[in-house]
Ligand binder design. Sequence first.
Ligand SMILES: [Zn+2]
Length: 142
Amino acid sequence: MNFLNKKRSFILGLIFIVLFILNQFKSPIVIFLPVDLPGNLKASTIPPIGIFIERQYKGEIPNSKWCTVLQHELEHWEQYKTMGLLSFYYNYLLEYAKSGRIDHWMEKESNKNCKQKLNEIGLKKTNSETPDSIGYKEYENS
Ligand SMILES: [Zn+2]
């Protein structure tokens, strides 16, 4: 094994150890990005590291009409905690390849759970907002 391979193995090992340690804590770091994410992506949950959200969604206030981007992503984090790291990525990527993001069952589940929590805290439904493509605002449709 030459020097470059040893260095590469060391760095990969280090990354693995850091991810393993982060996976033990299972609480997300939330980072508001100053840059736009590709496409119409607003945010991304990347376990075991954290949740990355476009900065423009930082001021969102939870209300009766829809889940905020942060609430939606926190539901993905709950999925990760339930499913575990490998299962989370396996299920997400497999279904993403089959049916894309909008029809993804984990996206639907995330919205459903978020809305359920809004209901539990006793907020009333309204019809004044229309859902966006990924469903962050589809609260009134369920
Ligand atoms: Zn999502």
